[in-house]
Ligand binder design. Structure first.
Ligand SMILES: Cc1cc2nc3c(=O)[nH]c(=O)nc-3n(C[C@H](O)[C@H](O)[C@H](O)COP(=O)(O)O)c2cc1C
Length: 339
């Protein structure tokens, strides 16, 4: 019987050779603070392509300088970033992986020397107070996502993921805990969704490949967004042409989260089956049997792994062994694998 984990998935014009996705992880490795790809990024991501991950998603990459989580973030706010990103794409393609990029803006969670912005002037505990954004500033951010999508296309990325999770700018607009605006971008669910809606439309004008959105499906705090709210948002995203919702949770405000293996899988399951859209499951997915269960039971369409892939860039080989199947190895590694 075919293993779900190693079954290809075609989304629009892109076919992933398996369902294993490297989850975006900030590496804070732009040591010159210029947002440019370094040798570290080339080695780090390409190792996972050699390791046979179906899709690598590059870490949260800042669409503006002001939108960096830290001064060491990767950036895509200027055309000068394209060459390094293109090299990264080419290397990953050379080893048979598809590659996406997560486009992000940190909003009030930007730990940078400059002034920071957010929907409302409410600080994340322990951080600087942001400036509440004017409508003009919101339009500028939407345009920055559009420009970033254009650069991602030039660089050759197969997939774009919009970062709307973990309490960063778009998530700050979506959550009533952080968005206390009384204009068209705040108030009820539809108005809080407006920024994300505009970002999706802006990205689509430049990038026609598969579009993912990462969400935090639960704020875990009374008065915050719930998984039910995200079924509502997911239906909207689906109608706008988003292909897959990558279901993470939390980090809009500090909250105590009981994180156990697969703790976020119910969100991917609920959204997939109630909104009728492809989803990705992420969070403490540790072994192949667990991943296979998620896929086979129709709880998600792909699994994303973060820390497991830091521990073992060759996790897909281990997973194949665990599921008693074989996968292709780069020709140079064949002798090790066939033995
Ligand atoms: C070092 C590190 C950096 C991360 N950076 C990002 C990021 O850039 N964007 C994002 O959406 N999630 C980020 N995450 C969260 C992971 O993508 C993932 O959702 C989380 O670690 C849970 O998956 P895991 O249990 O497989 O590690 C990061 C996690 C780690 C450990």
């Amino acid at each position: 019987m075919a293993k779900a984990l190693f079954t290809p998935l075609t989304i629009k014009n892109v076919t992933l050779k398996n369902r294993i996705v490297m989850s975006p992880m900030c590496m804070y490795s732009c040591f010159d603070e210029d947002g440019k790809v370094t040798d570290f990024h080339l080695t780090h991501y390409t190792s996972r392509a050699v390791g046979q991950v179906g899709l690598v998603i590059v870490e949260a990459t800042a669409v503006t300088k002001q939108g960096r989580i830290s001064v060491h973030d990767l950036g895509i706010w200027s055309d000068e970033h394209i060459d390094g990103l293109k090299k990264l794409v080419e290397l990953n393609h050379a080893y048979g992986s598809k590659i996406g990029i997560q486009l992000g803006h940190a909003g009030r969670k930007a730990d940078i020397p400059e002034a920071i912005i957010a929907p409302s002037a409410i600080a994340f505990p322990g951080m600087k107070t942001p400036e509440a954004m004017t409508v003009e500033a919101i339009h500028d951010v939407v345009d920055a996502f559009r420009q970033a999508a254009r650069r991602a296309k030039w660089a050759g990325f197969d997939i774009v993921e919009i970062h709307a999770a973990h309490g960063y700018l778009i998530n700050q607009f979506l959550s009533p805990l952080t968005n206390q605006r009384d204009d068209d971008y705040g108030g009820d669910r539809d108005r809080r969704y407006r920024l994300l809606s505009e970002v999706i439309e802006a990205v689509k004008t430049e990038f026609d490949g598969p579009l993912f959105v990462r969400i935090s499906a639960n704020d875990y705090i009374e008065g915050g967004n719930t998984p039910e709210d995200y079924v509502y948002y997911a239906k909207k995203m689906k109608s706008q042409g988003v292909d897959l919702i990558d279901c993470s949770s939390g980090a809009v405000v500090p909250a105590s989260i009981d994180a156990f293996p697969g703790y976020q899988v119910p969100y991917a399951d609920k959204i997939r089956n109630e909104a009728g859209i492809m989803t990705g499951a992420v969070g403490l997915i540790l072994n192949a049997v667990q991943a296979e269960e998620i896929l086979k039971n129709g709880r998600a369409d792909v699994v994303l792994l973060a820390r497991e892939l830091l521990r073992d860039p060759y996790w897909p080989y281990r997973a194949a062994k665990e599921l008693r199947t074989t996968i292709e190895a780069p020709v140079q590694y064949k002798r090790g694998w066939d033995a």
